[in-house]
Design a protein around this ligand. Structure first.
Ligand code: ATP
Ligand code: MN
Length: 492
């Protein structure tokens, strides 16, 4: 037995640690390197142990080869799935298939053991449900490593896109006193005592004694403040967390999610649609170019997952689907046209839709998906919705019935973007707000943009997690955010 730990310590201090991504792309046989990472698997054979090491930089592992005659049996015994290692050694051409290089270990140090009887992430396939319950460790699986590297890349690409187009990143508040958009779906923010709040004379909680001197909530959208920025800076975008206390336990809704909201002065609805389409295609192309390893892994995963489904229910290959969407023109039709199409559809005539179809209804995701997946087989932008089902700030059309709204509908997702041209005429805006019981006085600052230098402007909101669902092909929104918040669930 060699005792190399002192020597190992010295060379470790001298050596720069390389990330596995760097090693696998630029490493050469004979390079002496230092890596640190977590053990995915260990395979024992008579003379050597093969350790698959992953450091999160890339989906691929580095195969570390440890000669059993060189290392202490106790040390090798403690190298289990999940353990953290620091290894120095020399790169060699790999004998096995799958990778170009492997590492012949010269010195192995265990940084942190992982008790195999207690570590939940075993080298076998776990269900997504099980991994959700172990969300603190699920990053250590290939699937979640891929999802969160892609999520990062998309966040970066969003900033890159807007920066290159001259949009400014505006940080709108997370705590807000306006509930104009919330419609009862907001989370209250208060420092008042829950059981014994100070009371007013008529026995109600006295919010003048609350932290902000009035009731406040977590924001559902940064749009209203975003408009204020756009009416001076020209083009802005927000990218931050938003909160909705809606009790929708679906695979596409979270109580806390991230939203990207560009807002642009002098853009009409057409400009708005053009931007939304260009933006989504840019992001998809960015993923295809920069995340190909992770996407390939997820595509393969999806294929395995769907093996048991009948042919006609299998979805398109993930990479094909992404290229297809990035290359096709999005269909643009009005809500009214969409209702016509739905009423003439097979599922409508066969009573196969769960929800009714009539002019005036809010489209359900089954309707949206029919339009996108069956009828047009490409993304669809629906415009000019009935004003009754849309927000007060949307530009009113001359027909008195519809507003200049636009929803972008995607395969598998349904609505990925919701937006509109904004009502820039003060009188029309005020009239609509009165009709909808929106407190105009409290919104004095919003009304001021229509009083001083008002102009045509537009914007939209892209749900970040819905984008990640689409790009990764994952089926549940809880699997594309690190720590999901949903009704009755706020673990971690
Ligand atoms: P949906 O009808 O799907 O509930 P919405 O009409 O409430 O969406 P908007 O208020 O227009 O959505 O929000 C803009 C975007 O934010 C949506 O297009 C969607 O991508 C995303 N989004 C909305 N609600 C949620 C949620 N609860 N969880 C995750 N993303 C959401
Ligand atoms: Mn909603």
């Amino acid at each position: 037995m060699r005792n190399k730990s002192e020597q190992g310590e010295q060379s470790r201090r001298k050596m720069r640690r390389l990330k596995i991504k760097e090693i696998l792309t630029t490493g050469q046989p004979g390079d002496k390197i230092l890596v640190k990472g977590w053990v995915r698997t260990k395979r024992e054979s008579k003379n050597v142990n093969f350790i698959a090491l992953n450091d999160g930089s890339v989906i691929h592992n580095l195969q570390v080869v440890a000669d059993t005659s060189v290392y202490d049996a106790k040390l090798l015994h403690d190298i289990n799935s999940g353990a953290a290692l620091s290894v120095t050694g020399v790169l060699a051409e790999s004998q096995g298939s799958g990778q170009r290089l492997e590492m012949i270990a010269e010195d192995i140090m265990i940084l942190g053991k992982a008790d195999p009887d207690r570590y939940p992430i075993q080298p076998k396939k776990h269900s997504l449900e099980f991994l959700r319950e172990n969300a603190h460790l699920r990053f250590r699986t290939n699937t979640f490593g891929a999802v969160f590297r892609i999520r990062h890349a998309m966040a970066f690409a969003i900033h890159k896109y807007f920066n290159e187009k001259g949009f400014y990143y505006l940080h709108t508040p997370i705590i807000t006193a306006s509930d104009a958009e919330g419609a009862g779906q907001m989370f209250r923010v208060t420092t008042l005592h829950a059981q014994n709040p100070p009371l007013t004379e008529d026995g109600k909680p006295d919010f003048t004694r609350d932290f902000f001197g009035k009731p406040t909530n977590l924001t559902v959208s940064g749009q209203l403040e975003g408009e204020l920025g756009a009416m001076a800076l020209g083009e802005i975008y927000t990218f931050g967390p938003t909160f909705r206390a809606e009790n929708s336990n679906t695979t596409r809704h979270l109580a806390e999610f991230w939203m990207i909201e560009p807002e642009m002065a002098f853009y009409d609805l057409k400009d708005n649609m053009d931007l939304a389409e260009e933006f989504l295609k840019y992001l998809i192309d960015y993923a295809l170019i920069n995340c190909s390893d992770d996407l390939q892994f997820l595509a393969e995963r999806l294929k395995q997952e769907e093996k048991n489904k009948p042919m006609n229910q299998r979805s398109m290959d993930l990479l094909e689907k992404l290229s297809f969407v990035s290359q096709s023109d999005f269909v643009r039709i009005t809500y009214t046209e969409a209702i016509e199409i739905l009423k003439n559809s097979k599922p409508y005539k066969k009573n196969a839709f769960q929800f009714p179809v009539d002019w005036g209804i809010d489209l359900q995701s089954e309707h949206e998906r029919y339009l996108v997946e069956k009828h047009f087989q490409r993304p669809v932008i629906l415009t000019d919705y009935p004003k009754e089902i849309k927000a007060f700030y949307m530009k009113q059309n001359d027909d008195g019935k519809t507003v200049r709204a636009m929803d972008v509908l995607f395969p598998q997702i349904g609505e990925i973007i919701g937006g509109s041209q904004r009502e820039e005429e003060l009188e029309k805006l005020e009239k609509r707000m009165k009709e909808m019981n929106i407190p105009i006085e409290e919104m004095w600052w919003y009304m001021d943009t229509r009083r001083f230098g008002s102009a045509v402007h537009s914007g939209f909101g892209l749900g970040f997690e819905r984008l990640i669902l689409f790009v990764t092909g994952m089926g549940n929104i809880r699997d594309v955010i690190a720590f999901p918040r949903t009704p009755k669930y706020a673990e971690f």
